[in-house]
Ligand binder design. Sequence first.
Ligand SMILES: [Zn+2]
Length: 69
Amino acid sequence: MEKVSKCEHCDVDAYYKLDVEYFYSENMTIYLCVKCIRTESKKLIEDFPTIRSLKIEPIMHSTILAITK
Ligand SMILES: [Zn+2]
């Protein structure tokens, strides 16, 4: 079974995977919970001129999958 990642800022399960591609620095992948995705995306909008691409994916938890299957 796939391990659930923890949020980058708090110690709770992450619900979003954020992939950021920058023009001049290294790409970044961070895992965030519902609360932190909001603060983090606000921060990224300020950084926007330096960002080449931004991808936010919801993480499917095995517990959710078990219910929807
Ligand atoms: Zn968090």
